[in-house]
Design a protein around this ligand. Structure first.
Ligand code: HEC
Length: 466
């Protein structure tokens, strides 16, 4: 954390920016690629089995949409994730690379294969019409594409699982005697992989139902057939998804489970925690009801029913990803590294020797605040500390504005009260914030800076006096 340049993301903040990119990526990777390949392979198998040319053509149209989304939006957001994580938390991505280096390497090769199969399957679909001998081998390419898609997800899910439940890896001695197998076989890997597999298929099937609505305007019989086909796949995945989802939930550390309600809704609504359940259940029911309607009354169903199902599912996925990210706080890798990139094991040293000592990109004069440091230097030092330890989750004026949070507490401009608050950042009331890493003087410098945010300059200068 300390030896990387600082990049501020005003107003929107890093958290929201990254969440947006990552969630769009999940929509595409899970829907268009993993789930999409599975349902389209099934659709092609169905078309071959029944020698159904119309169904084969419909599957191709859906594939076309998935293909464009996967290669354009999927690729953009995928690269976006790499850029984001490197800007936001290079220490965390460094730690993950050290632990998952070869697995990630393999994932990258499999991903290349996935793209090759995807291209061949897509580009040769029209040239291999139903009834020609080439159709069978064409089908096999689709199968390989689905397997490769799933394998890349399996490896990435291992990394995500590791971040939540590093398991026995934590007990092994890294980097001298690391237990790489433990990092892969972490407790939440298999359950989360099962959960993601089934929700990918559900998500893709719901997208296919919506797209079918548009692609079958002229042909009600085909529409009915498509709704039944994709609806059945969707329905078959609900129970396994719930079972895996519950198994996955059981793996979460207790402290993370305690944050669940807050993750679903915001802290300001926490007085009515049942709202979290109501929102989730309502979305699930909405999705289920629209699915059933499309299934049983495909000819009568209006397009908005397909859209409602699609949007409700998108909301559920976003909610899941948000909760998963939120409940892992204050950590980025549970029990190993805090969200601000500070390793748990380094805390004692940093608190003793100072956080800024190691901050290579901070100019020398701001690296050693003492009781006699002049106010301007002190405030600037505090600003660096804010940038390095708080900006992951806060902005000054925008999303989760630290200024607004301080005003809400009624301690604006009050450096002493701010210092006290910083001392107990990781308190029972705010367990999601990492503790401040650094010396007492560094905390005071941060408090001095925060005091300037909502106070007139004269008062701020006074507050900065030691
Ligand atoms: C891991 C994310 C994260 C980090 C890092 C973080 N915060 Fe927060 N902070 C939050 C969240 C989330 C809230 C609660 C927002 C809400 O009330 O909805 C919060 C709330 C606060 C509040 C209001 C607390 C209260 O009791 O109501 C203050 C003050 C604050 N943060 C200061 C800081 C400072 C200073 C830093 C850096 C040293 C920091 N935070 C780092 C996530 C974080």
């Amino acid at each position: 954390m300390f030896d990387f340049p600082i990049f501020d993301m005003p107003l929107v903040g890093h958290r929201l920016m990254f969440a947006f990119d990552a969630i769009v990526h999940v929509f595409i990777s899970h829907g268009a690629a993993v789930g999409g390949s599975i349902i389209l392979v099934l659709a092609q198998w169905f078309a071959i089995k029944n020698n159904d040319r119309k169904f084969d053509e419909l599957a191709y149209k859906i594939f076309f949409t998935f293909f464009v989304l996967a290669t354009a939006v999927g690729a953009l957001t995928g690269i976006g994730i790499w850029i984001h994580v490197n800007i936001i938390n290079p220490a965390a991505i460094g730690a993950l690379l050290r632990v998952f280096f070869w697995k990630w390497f393999i994932e990258w090769i499999v991903f290349n294969l996935e793209m090759i199969f995807l291209l061949i399957w897509f580009l040769t679909w029209k040239a291999r019409p139903l009834g020609t001998p080439g159709k069978k081998s064409h089908f096999k390419i689709g199968l390989y594409y689905a397997i490769a898609s799933w394998l890349t997800m399996a490896i990435i899910t291992a990394i995500l699982g590791f971040m939540m439940t590093p398991g026995n890896w934590l007990a092994s001695d890294f980097p001298t005697k690391p237990d790489y197998l433990a990092s892969l076989m972490n407790p939440s890997w298999i359950p989360s992989l099962g959960f993601r597999t089934f929700f990918s298929v559900i998500w893709a099937a719901s997208a296919a139902m919506m797209l079918s609505w548009f692609f079958t305007k002229q042909d009600e019989e085909l529409r009915a057939q498509a709704m039944r086909f994709f609806g059945r796949i969707l329905a078959a995945c609900i129970i396994p998804m719930i079972v895996f989802g519950y198994w996955y939930y059981l793996q979460f550390p207790q402290a993370a489970k305690d944050l669940f309600t807050m993750g679903v809704i915001t802290r300001r609504l926490i007085a009515t925690p049942e709202l979290a359940t109501i929102v989730t259940v309502a979305l699930a029911l909405l999705s289920l009801a629209s699915m059933l309607y499309l299934y049983f009354k495909p000819k009568k169903a209006a397009v908005w029913i397909a859209l409602v199902m699609f949007i409700a599912n998108a909301a559920l996925i976003s909610e899941f990803e948000r909760v998963r990210e939120f409940v892992r706080k204050p950590y980025i890798i549970y029990g190993y590294m805090y969200a601000n990139g500070v390793r748990v094991q380094d805390m004692a040293l940093l608190n003793k020797e100072g956080y800024l000592k190691n901050a290579a990109f901070v100019p020398e004069e701001y690296r050693n605040p003492t009781a006699t440091t002049p106010p301007e230097i002190r405030i600037k030092t505090g600003e660096y500390l804010y940038q390095m330890q708080c900006r992951y989750c806060h902005t000054i004026n925008g999303v989760n504005s630290v200024k607004a949070r301080i005003t809400n507490l009624g301690i604006q401009g009050n450096a002493d009260a701010l210092y006290q608050r910083i001392k107990g950042l990781n308190s029972a009331a705010t367990p999601f914030m990492p503790p401040f890493a650094g010396t007492d003087e560094e905390m005071k410098a941060l408090a001095a800076y925060l005091a300037t945010l909502n106070a007139p300059p004269s008062q701020a200068a006074a507050a900065a006096k030691p």
